[in-house]
Design a protein around this ligand. Structure first.
Ligand SMILES: [Zn+2]
Length: 379
């Protein structure tokens, strides 16, 4: 049997479909990291860029109640982002999307963090019947993008609220130094993908769901002139340090691996992705942390040898998820045994995105959208 090749710098390997290695065995994702590092340098130049941005955000919010919208999930990064927004003396409105899967810890974190910082919280509660149907549709479509209904809902809801409030800046907690850029074939998302999966596998029409179609995105970007900023990409980031800060200053509580604030996420990433698709998303996060010097490659390799969640946790989550989605054990096993597919098997905006690559690059360069999006979808 051929041994699978692993990047000599990070721990991404040939289970990533579009991975390429150079003569030194360094992967294209490590190269992407280098490009991002040049764009968001952690030096004087980076600081100047950030100060300029903060000034722009403040100016855009003059005479308004808020000058930015910050997405909060109860996770460490979004809590820290909100804290930093306050430290920079911005006037944020915190927005949370409740998709019905929050863990008790994440709910209490959101309450705790926003009340300690004295920030208004706006919760967008998704219509459960619609959302559940969409999640089931993605499971039936047999694609690894089962988390997209949540991700698009967050992106769409943040834009919707920003437009309603007349706010021009959306601040996200994503950060390439800790999360990395998830390979396109491991997570792909766009509004047309949502529509086509809903049409083919869903049983209800999406009325309330904050989908982000191309037309709507253009409306937000061109008419409402809304920009998406990833604040943490301008700041030095150490997960250990930040955990200490949010615990100490905000009373934040820990809940395990990245993105495990939702029970569905924990089950999807901890059970379905590895078993059905051979995908272990921890490789992406840990690789990013290796590159930014937060963890050694050896420690990361050791960590992924252990399963993402314990067998007992997996069984408990499975029972919970199946019951909540109204799936029998038999139906679920049938879904698991369907041959894996990808976003390339369904109608999406992907060909349009490829065609408009140069325009997307310019939009990212002008900081209308985060450069990570260009790197992931158009590069
Ligand atoms: Zn690499």
């Amino acid at each position: 049997m051929k041994k699978i090749q692993i990047c000599t710098r990070c721990i991404l390997d040939e289970t990533v479909p579009d991975i390429k290695f150079d003569e030194q065995g360094v992967c294209n994702y490590c190269k992407m990291y280098e490009r991002m590092n040049v764009l968001y340098p952690l030096n004087k130049e980076g600081k100047q860029k950030l100060n300029k941005l903060i000034t722009q955000i403040k100016a855009s919010g003059k005479n308004k109640r808020y000058d930015c919208v910050v997405g909060v999930s109860g996770g460490r990064d979004s809590s820290f982002t909100l804290l930093m927004a306050k430290k920079f003396k911005l006037r944020p409105l915190a927005v949370h999307v409740d998709n019905g899967w929050n863990t008790e810890i994440s709910v209490s974190n959101i309450k705790q963090v926003t009340s300690r910082l004295g920030v208004d919280l706006y919760t967008v509660v998704l219509d459960w019947e619609e959302f559940k149907d969409l999640q089931l549709a993605f499971l039936k479509a047999s694609v690894p993008d089962g988390e997209i209904p949540t991700d698009i809902a967050i992106f769409g809801a943040l834009h919707r609220v920003a437009a309603q409030e007349g706010v021009r800046y959306i601040i996200e907690g994503h950060n390439f130094r800790t999360e990395g850029n998830c390979p396109r074939d491991w997570t792909y998302m766009d509004g047309r993908y949502i529509r086509s999966i809903n049409k083919r596998f869903g049983s209800v029409k999406l009325r309330d769901y904050p989908n982000l179609t191309l037309l709507r995105l253009l409306y937000y970007v061109l008419i409402k002139r809304i920009k998406v900023i990833r604040l943490l990409e301008y700041l030095p980031y150490s997960q250990k340090e930040i955990t200490k800060i949010v615990k100490r200053e905000l009373g934040w509580r820990e809940y395990g691996e990245k993105h495990y604030e939702s029970r569905y996420t924990r089950f999807f990433q901890g059970y379905i992705l590895p078993r059905k698709f051979g995908i272990d998303k921890r490789k992406v996060h840990l690789s990013a942390q290796i590159r930014s010097g937060q963890i050694t490659r050896e420690a990361a390799l050791k960590r992924i040898k252990k399963p993402p969640i314990s067998e007992a946790q997996a069984q408990e989550d499975k029972e919970y998820v199946l019951k909540k989605l109204g799936l029998s054990e038999e139906e679920f096993e049938k879904i698991l045994s369907l041959p894996p597919k990808s976003f390339r098997d369904y109608p999406t905006y992907y060909s349009i995105i490829r065609f408009f690559r140069p325009a997307i690059f310019l939009a990212c360069k002008a900081q209308i959208l985060p450069m990570s999006l260009y790197e992931k979808y158009a590069k």
